[in-house]
Design a protein around this ligand. Structure first.
Ligand SMILES: Cc1cc2nc3c(=O)[nH]c(=O)nc-3n(C[C@H](O)[C@H](O)[C@H](O)COP(=O)(O)OP(=O)(O)OC[C@H]3O[C@@H](n4cnc5c(N)ncnc54)[C@H](O)[C@@H]3O)c2cc1C
Length: 363
């Protein structure tokens, strides 16, 4: 249920951040007692995103209900295609995504919450302290400062997590991402085209184009501390339009950040009675940038860990439950130096399409 203010001074669990990780964590933690789900944005929140749902996301969410058709955009599904722009090499794969409106998807997730979860917007977690018995969260709600306590706190507050910082855990570096929503002057193919081009320079990782109804998202990802990414995005759009005239004028542009995961130390399940989930804990694919499946899966496990026993044991339970996800992340990290090298990108162009297709299933 949505509230303007927390109605209590004590909860069984407080969850910071109402993204997919936070909503799934709150959903399951509610089995143990009342939950405060604090979201710093006004509701419904908005997250810059491609809105492509991986089959791992769909498999997890099938336990909670059908994804409503009115959040799905045209084309309904898009397939991943590797695109070496300079060599004009295209490798379509079998990796398919459901193409949704991300804002409506996030809003739908909150409708699944049970009635003992209080969802409060404009509620920013500013600090977390803990002793052996409880956790205290300092919140700012609509300009007022309040303190609320709980048995466990779950930090699901994204890639720039304040909860993580309050625990004294180093933040993860972040890519700079820019997304333009461009008008479509004609149909484009139903692919999530992942494009590599050399003209944009070393600070540029890749771009992607994906049709979303009568617009397309043209997104680009830049390495941390990239200078003048807006100019680089203008140049990228010019280059793309030279071969894809269907990409019309840009209706809007947004900047965001995505985790730049390179070390095992970036993935941290939490400390004491505080659990970190989704991007806050470093749970996101380091190789593809796909993050929603990691958010829903780690969020779900954080909620289950809190619900299943003594509050003091929740972190140990969560650490054990997420062992497979962390092993999967570490495996992907090992491949990154090869995938990102100039040689790796050239070699990818010569790898037979069925093999590229098989490899991308694991990214
Ligand atoms: C440009 C871009 C495109 C992407 N495209 C895709 C895609 O197509 N498919 C895919 O699977 N993944 C994609 N991702 C990744 C995906 O969006 C994220 O990994 C996913 O949203 C992470 O979920 P989360 O719940 O951990 O965090 P978030 O969705 O970031 O949610 C965190 C929430 O916490 C709130 N918050 C922050 N600080 C506080 C605080 N102090 N107190 C209270 N609340 C706070 C924020 O307002 C936010 O609502 C993309 C990411 C970017 C940047």
């Amino acid at each position: 249920m949505t509230h303007a203010m927390p109605i209590s001074e004590r909860y069984t669990t407080i969850v910071a951040g109402a993204g997919p990780a936070g909503v799934l964590a709150a959903y399951h933690a509610a089995a143990k007692g009342p939950v405060l789900l604090a979201e710093s944005m006004s509701l419904p929140r908005y997250k810059s995103c491609g809105g492509m749902l991986h089959h791992h996301t769909l498999r997890t969410l099938s336990q909670y209900g059908e994804i409503p058709e009115d959040i799905v955009l045209s084309p309904r599904t898009v397939r991943f295609r590797y695109h070496d722009w300079d060599r004009r090499v295209l490798k379509p794969t079998d990796l398919e995504f459901l193409n949704v409106d991300r804002a409506r998807f996030d809003e739908w997730l909150t409708t699944l919450l049970p009635s003992n979860v209080e969802l409060v917007g404009n509620c920013t977690l500013r600090d977390v302290t803990q002793d052996g018995d409880s956790v205290r969260a300092s919140l700012r709600v609509d300009g007022a400062d309040i303190d609320v306590t709980c048995d466990n706190l779950i930090g699901a507050d994204g890639g720039r997590s304040q909860v993580r910082r309050s625990l004294g855990v180093a933040s993860t570096a972040t890519y700079v991402t820019l997304q333009d929503f461009v008008k479509l002057e004609g149909p484009i193919e139903p692919y999530f085209d992942c494009i590599y081009m050399r003209d944009i320079g070393d600070e540029y990782a890749y771009s992607y184009v994906v049709p979303k109804g009568d617009v397309a998202i043209v997104g680009s990802v830049y390495y941390p501390r990239t200078k003048r990414p807006w100019e680089k995005q203008d140049l990228t759009l010019d280059i793309l339009r030279s071969a894809l005239p269907e990409l019309g004028e840009s209706v809007s542009r947004e900047a965001a950040a995505a985790l730049y995961l390179r070390s095992r130390a970036d993935v941290v399940p939490g400390k004491g009675r505080v659990l970190l989930t989704g991007e806050a804990g470093g749970f996101m694919s380091p190789s593809s940038g796909e993050g929603i499946s990691y958010a829903v899966n780690s969020g779900r496990l954080a909620g289950l860990a809190v619900a299943q026993g003594d509050a003091a044991d929740a972190l140990a339970a969560y650490t054990s439950l997420t062992a497979d996800i962390r092993a999967n992340l570490f495996r992907k990290m090992r491949w990154l130096p090869v995938m990102e090298s100039a040689v790796g990108k050239v070699v990818a162009g010569f790898v037979p399409t069925p093999i590229v297709s098989k490899v991308t299933q694991g990214l």
